[in-house]
Design a binder for this molecule. Sequence first.
Ligand SMILES: Cc1cc2nc3c(=O)[nH]c(=O)nc-3n(C[C@H](O)[C@H](O)[C@H](O)COP(=O)(O)OP(=O)(O)OC[C@H]3O[C@@H](n4cnc5c(N)ncnc54)[C@H](O)[C@@H]3O)c2cc1C
Length: 350
Amino acid sequence: MPPSLSSIAVIGAGIAGLSCARTLRAAGHTVTVFDKSRGPGGRLSSRRAPGAIVDLGAQYFTARDPLFQAELTHWLDRGLVRPWPTSLWRIDAQGWQPHRDTHPRYCAVPRMSALTRHLAEGLELVSEARIVDLERRPSGWYLQDDRQHRYGPFQRLAISAPAPQAEALVAAHDAVLAKACHRVEQLACWAGYALFDTPLPNLEGVERDWQAAFVNHGPLRFVARNDHKPGRGEQGESLTLLATAEWSQTWLEQPAERVADALYAALRELLPASVQPAAPRLLAAHRWRYAQPLSGAAGPGFRLGQDGLALCGDGWLGPRVEDAWCSGHRLAQRWLAMPQRDHAASRSQR
Ligand SMILES: Cc1cc2nc3c(=O)[nH]c(=O)nc-3n(C[C@H](O)[C@H](O)[C@H](O)COP(=O)(O)OP(=O)(O)OC[C@H]3O[C@@H](n4cnc5c(N)ncnc54)[C@H](O)[C@@H]3O)c2cc1C
């Protein structure tokens, strides 16, 4: 890869890494994004199953930040996202109630990962490249992946992997950044999913086409009907079953099959005995070891390190899609506002 004064590497093609990369590229920089997965998305992940597309990570997102709201308007105009859920319920010990609050929610069309796929368009993305080692030389940063491929030099390097994973990469280069990573607590989440041949039976007192529900007791915290999301076409009934952080932590090392069974049993508990669904044709679970940071973080929403190294992602701002997007965008803006020569001295600005 030819060296260039404005050559920048971004590790992680989740929404934070992509928003960072797009902002930098729009300003004329040469940006290369690396991700260990087959495609972009990170925790905006969707899985194709026979006859269904299941969102496994974030089910929807909100928009509080003005810059993110402006981006959302653009996505809405282009038909990339639509409001969802519009029939949202809350399940607690008293039963099912409509859930109303002041936050409009949105999901990507026709699946959550379509948004990050759109954001990755036009970017140089190196997929299936798990970066395992960094090297800093006078010419810049060099990255090595788990297949012994080497990339670089890059004048700047943004790492948008969840903080515990970023820590392993920066530990040998920047003790202050490593310590900051260590302090970020990312909570786990088991995401179960169930596919059915027939629609769920109707529930008395609940809209026939209910789309999603917050759950306030038992192992589950959220249930989403994937086929009731916009743009899904003619898909069969499929549910995503998100477990609470506490339950997920307790079950973290359990086999996925056992977890899927337990989450499905928890779903059945939420339904009256008279309206139990038919047995699912497919039941599975995905483990997110670093699903969401425990809390929001004070500060600018990213961390600057030495020699053009920086961290972004939800762990540096808050536990939502919009936080992750803002984190990546703000890091890019900060870099764009800094003269190139200031990077070596950037530690003092943290
Ligand atoms: C189950 C679940 C439900 C959620 N629900 C919601 C919700 O309802 N609303 C909401 O707003 N948010 C929700 N979130 C949170 C939201 O999904 C995240 O905050 C956001 O997607 C994080 O984006 P990110 O870019 O910071 O990180 P990620 O999306 O995790 O991106 C990081 C990327 O880095 C890559 N990577 C990591 N290490 C390496 C490496 N060494 N080399 C190369 N690549 C690497 C990963 O593959 C990944 O693609 C949910 C998350 C989960 C898991």
